[in-house]
Write a protein that binds this ligand. Structure first.
Ligand code: ADP
Ligand code: ADP
Length: 222
């Protein structure tokens, strides 16, 4: 599904050069649930941004469904991000003055050929999947952290992406809510065959996924 070949990422500031990723080779297969672990600063977020087509590697190739990402135009890349990838962040990134339903509909607004009615139906279906269909007209401030993350997951799912990229999705939640979100992700993976790549610091959570990829200092260690 996503293949990284010889990925290197160098961050250059006026005084320092950081090798954030060093010759990373990995393949994420369809239907997998993979965790990425490693100490702070080892390159996890950089890796997720490159997989999410938010940032370009300094060297190496990202291949999405068999096609090198460099062969796409900027316009095509934006469409790929919008249509094939779903993002979940530690801090939810919901829009506070939009209702739950409007937040979830948002990714579909930029797509051609989807009517308002279909948008609504698909958003309701996504909210149903995360168990939040009783909260559609609430605003984010009226929800618990766990519920907010469920909305964010529904927003990631609504476009039926090939892959969900989650950057510490339970990092802001207490252990009970964190476990609920983890169980939800496991259900989405097992029941719907959703491919998930998750950065986490939580070893217990990582052990529940199919594969753990460990990083240290920009390199994969397993
Ligand atoms: P992690 O997510 O594992 O904490 P990051 O991918 O955020 O690690 O960072 C990897 C390394 O790259 C770190 O040394 C970090 O300081 C550096 N880095 C990350 N982003 C930038 C940036 N925009 N400019 C310069 N250095 C960066
Ligand atoms: P943190 O883990 O520090 O809370 P987040 O998980 O919220 O950070 O965000 C991870 C990275 O993704 C950040 O570098 C942020 O700038 C970027 N980011 C956050 N939201 C979006 C978005 N909607 N689209 C693109 N990039 C985003």
């Amino acid at each position: 599904m996503i293949q990284l070949t010889d990925i290197e990422k160098v961050y250059q500031t006026s005084t320092v050069e950081t090798l954030a990723l060093n010759r990373v080779n990995l393949t994420i297969n369809r239907g997998e649930f993979v965790s990425i672990m490693g100490p702070s600063g080892c390159g996890k977020s950089t890796l997720l941004s490159i997989m999410g087509l938010l940032d370009e590697p300094t060297h190496g190739t990202v291949t999405l469904s068999g096609r090198a990402v460099t062969s796409y135009s900027d316009r095509e890349l934006a469409d790929l991000r919008n249509q094939r990838l779903g993002f979940v962040f530690q801090s939810y990134h919901l829009i506070n003055d939009l209702s739950v339903l409007d937040n979830v509909e948002l990714p579909l607004l930029y797509r051609k050929g989807i009517s308002g009615k279909e948008r609504r139906q698909r958003a309701l279906a996504a909210l149903d999947k995360v168990g939040l269909n009783a909260r559609t007209s609430h605003f984010p401030s009226q929800l618990s952290g766990g519920q907010r993350q469920r909305v964010a997951i529904a927003r990631a799912l609504v476009g039926q992406p090939d892959i969900i990229l989650a950057d510490e999705p339970t990092g802001n939640l207490d252990s009970v809510m964190g476990e609920e979100i983890m169980d939800l992700l496991l259900t989405l993976n097992r029941r719907d065959n959703t491919t998930i790549v998750m950065v986490t610091h939580d070893e217990q959570q990582a052990l529940k996924t199919e594969r753990i990829i460990r990083f240290f200092d920009g390199s994969q260690v397993n």
